[in-house]
Every structure is written in C-alpha cells, then in structure tokens.
Design a protein around this ligand. Sequence first.
Ligand code: LLP
Length: 422
Amino acid sequence: MEGFSYNNKKLHCEQISIEKICKKIDTPFYLYSSKGILSNFNALSNKLKNCNVLIAYAVKANSNISILRLLAKKGAGADVVSYGELIRAIKAGIPGKKIVFSGVGKTDLEISKAIDHKILQFNIESLHELHTIEKISREKNIKANIAVRINPDIEAGGHPKISTGKKTDKFGISITEALKVYKLASDSSFLNIVGVDMHIGSQILQIKPFNNSFKKIERFCKKLESINIKIKNIDLGGGLGVNYSDKKNVDLTKEYTNLIKNIYSSTKKKIIIEPGRFIVANAGILVTKVIYKKKNDKKNFIVVDAGMNDFLRPALYDARHNVKHVIIKSNKSNSDFFDIVGPICESADVVAENANLDSDIKKDDLLFIDNVGAYGATMSSTYNSRSLIPEILVHKKMFYKIRNKMEADDFIKLEKIPNWLK
Ligand code: LLP
C-alpha cells in the first residue's frame, strides 16, 4: 500500500490516523493517499522521462475530479470512454490535446463533443465507427484525429473478464482488417490519421504478453509506413498489474518501461500509455466497521457496513483483497478466521474469506479493505437502495471530502410516480 502505514498500532494515511478521520466521517468511505498516487505516477514517468511519452491515465479506474486534477498537475493526459469521463478530464484541467477516446460504443453525441474538444485521437474499434466519425466531422467541417485499435490476438494472462486482446473479444480490429481501415481513412479529407492503438487487458503481471503485442504493433507501424501512411503516435494501452496479495511481490515497472524505451528509440514516435490500476489501486482503502458478529457450525462471519454495491470486485471477479484492523489491539495469538460479509441480500456479497482478525473483534470496530483505489468507487452502485459512499483524499496531515455521500433520499428525488398511478 502506497501512502499507508501503521504508527503505534494505528493505521495512518500519510500523517493522519484513520481513527481520527472516522471521528468526523461516518463509515463506509473510500480514502486515498495523494502521495501514494503521485508516487505510482512518478514510478512510471521517472523511468520514461527521456522518451516522448504521454501517460494518458485511464479515467475509468478512478474518475474523481480531484484525482484527475492531481494527475493533470503532473502532466498526465487521459484515456476516456464516455462523455462523462471526457468532461471530468476537461474539468480537471486536462486539455483535449492530451485526451484519447477509447471504447467500442462511442455515440454520435460523444464523438461530436470530443471533436469539439479537439482530442488527441479517437481509438477506433470498427469500420462502422470510422464511417460515423467521418460523417460527423464532415458535418462539423472539422478534421478528427484517429487511430485504429488493433486486436493483436494475444492472451494477456489476467482474468478472462478483463482480457481484451483476443480475436474472440469484442475489442479492436484484426491486423489485416485494420490495414483496410487505414487505407479507407487515408482517402477521407475529414480524417487525420495520427496513430495506432491497442490494449490487451488488465491486471497483467507477466512481461511476455506486453512484449509480444508491442512487437506486433511495431511491425504493423512499419507496414503502414511502407504503404505511405504516416503516424505520429503509438498508443500501447494500459494493463500493468499490481500486487493484491501481501505475499506476491511482482514489480514489472522496469521491464515494462524498458520495452517502451526500446520502441521509442527505434521509432522516435510519441508513445502513449493508458495505465489506470497501476496509478491508483494501492493508494486507496475502503474504511468500514463491524455491525454484527455471527457464527454457525461451519463459519465465523463478520457483517460489515460496506457491501458489494460499494465494492464489487470480489463478487464480480472473485478478486481477493485483504481486510485488516484500523487499530491493532492484540498480538496474533488471539486471532481467528472470519468471512467478512456485507449487508446486501446476495450470497456473493463476501468482501473476503478467511480474514485473520482479532478473535475478540466486536461491534463498531474499524476495519479496512486494502488496494481498492482502482475500480472501487467507479464501479459502485446503489443496489438495495443504498447510498453512494463518500470519497476522501488525504494530503499530508489534512483530509478532504472529494465526493459527498449520495443518500437514498437524493436519488429517490429523481424518480416520479406518473399521474395515472397516483
Ligand atoms: N485502456 C483501455 C482501453 C481500457 O479498456 C482499460 C481498462 C485501460 C486502459 C486501463 O487498464 P488498467 O491499466 O487499469 O489495467 N474492472 C476491472 C478492470 C477493467 C479494465 C477495463 N479496461 C477490475 O476491477 O479489475
């Protein structure tokens, strides 16, 4: 965890204790360390500082505007996949010229808005999308910058639900098909071919899939140049994985950045990368508290106030996250194994199985789920008509509420009973 440590048996984020924050903010809430986020960002940018690299942070990992602002101030760009993400990035001060727009389902409205913001490139995912962008730019009389997302047909090695670079996935265009798309695009006076793109998946912890796909894209660029299609940007996507377990300690940053440096030195083109998880995952926790203890002849349960609506990864991907005490009370000899479950009426609402916690854990004790800075708050919902929980950002010894709680009453206000039902 970046930015978190125990001090006198109390968990601190930077220079403030979580216990102190809990006196002001009710659990559950997400809490991020600005120092942790910046240290992750710097781990990549420092290693790439002599190359022409744009770190286009994948907004979907954590889209809070304060976090985007923090990264914008360090020169980050953004990879967006919706109008909502686009306006967040712009609002945070990321200029259009540092924004790439990915995704298989860009709507006409989204395309039109992105053209207005003169974005760096659309990463086009189908021939149909190419025609749509061409039509909209013609109507607007503004040239759109485009790249084609190649599907390199490479197994990324992560969870199948987050793998995107195989032929059977809905993403990108095969290399042979892509050549045709580029040729068509080069005939249009409203499309400006600027780049090539790919993204093979997420939570990748081996270098081989990166190596293989980067080589494919490099060869593809040469092919394009041989038919006189010139490109300026090579977008390598995101996907760099993080360690969710305390036991594993894989650090691919050196090998990964070396691959990027090699491409840069042989092509001299601008390189774009789209990391999301790597920047924010380990810089965030979810603070929760014990509501009930419950036991049957098979299991010990701890029911906490955070559920799968607040944090979906365990239920959706069987993802494992540690649950630990905010305040360590005793030594490990007095510990027990518990299944940590949320209040949602689904058996999948299990935050962690077999968490090793104090056996005398009791109601109102504070716990936290680790490594939830990425795909935590952004994937939360109001299922079971629960609130959207607040997000807190720590900077040194201060903490700031960067998203208010959205209460059930707030979203009930959006609903209406039609007259005929009254
Ligand atoms: N670029 C594109 C086009 C993407 O689709 C993604 C993630 C990224 C970049 C960033 O990937 P990252 O560096 O974060 O691995 N909800 C899942 C992860 C889904 C990733 C979707 N695309 C999870 O919680 O594991």
